[in-house]
Ligand binder design. Structure first.
Ligand code: 2AM
Length: 178
C-alpha cells in the first residue's frame, strides 16, 4: 500500500500570547534585516528535524513521546542575531536552561530507539524570525521575552504555493505546568 511521506519535526510550540509577542518581534526584525518575517502561526523552536518520513511513523513517535517525562521551564529570549549562511534572523537565549537540554536529549534518544536519524547538527537554540535576510542583525532583545515552556509537540511541515505551513499533530505536557 502507498505510504505517503510527511515532513516531521519535534518542536516547542508557543502559547498564543508568546506566539503573538514573537510574531511582533519577527515583523520588526524583518524590517531591520530586509528579510521576510515568519508567518505568525508558524513561530516555533525546533528540537529535532526528522525530514520526510513514512506517514505511519508519526503514530510510533507519538506513542514513544508520550512516555517522555520532563519538567516545564522558562526560556528567556534576550538576543536577536542572524546567520549569514542560511540568511535567517533568529531570537535566542544567553542562558540555555538545563531542562531544555534534557528534553532535547530525551527526544534524541527516542529517535535513536525508533531508528530515525535526525540531522546531526549541534542543537542551536533559536526561533527563526525572518528568512532571506540581507542585513546582519546582532543585538540584545530589550526587554527580554520570557516563554513558559509547558509542552512539546510533533509537527508536520506542509508545503504549498503560499509557503510552509506547520501543523501540530500531537503535543505532550511537561511536568509542573501550572
Ligand atoms: P529553523 O528551526 O531554523 O526555523 C521545519 O522545517 C523546521 O525544522 C524549521 O524550523 C527549520 O529550521 C527546522 N529544520 C532544521 N533542520 C532542517 C533541515 N535540514 N531542513 C529543513 N528544516 C530544518
Amino acid at each position: 500500500m502507498h505510504d505517503a511521506k510527511q515532513r516531521l519535526f519535534f518542536a516547542l510550540w508557543p502559547d498564543a500570547s508568546t506566539s503573538g509577542a514573537l510574531a511582533t518581534i519577527a515583523q520588526e526584525v524583518a524590517v531591520e534585516s530586509g528579510g521576510r518575517a515568519t508567518a505568525p502561526g508558524n513561530v516555533h523552536l525546533t528540537l529535532a528535524f526528522l525530514g520526510d518520513q513514512p506517514a505511519h511513523i508519526a503514530c510510533d513517535l507519538s506513542a514513544a513521546a508520550s512516555r517522555i517525562s520532563a519538567p516545564a521551564f522558562d526560556l528567556v529570549f534576550d538576543k536577536v542575531e542572524s546567520w549569514r549562511k542560511t540568511a535567517i534572523a533568529w531570537a535566542g537565549v544567553r542562558s540555555v536552561p538545563p531542562p531544555l537540554v534534557a528534553l532535547h536529549d530525551s527526544v534524541a534518544r527516542l529517535l535513536l530507539a525508533t531508528e530515525i536519524e535526525p540531522d546531526n547538527l549541534p542543537f542551536a537554540v533559536h526561533v527563526t524570525l525572518a528568512r532571506r535576510v540581507v542585513t546582519a542583525v546582532r543585538r540584545p532583545l530589550a526587554p527580554p521575552l520570557t516563554w513558559h515552556v509547558a509542552a512539546f509537540a510533533l509537527v508536520a511541515s506542509e508545503l504549498s504555493s503560499a509557503g510552509a505551513r506547520y501543523r501540530v499533530l500531537s503535543s505532550w505536557p511537561l511536568i509542573g505546568n501550572a
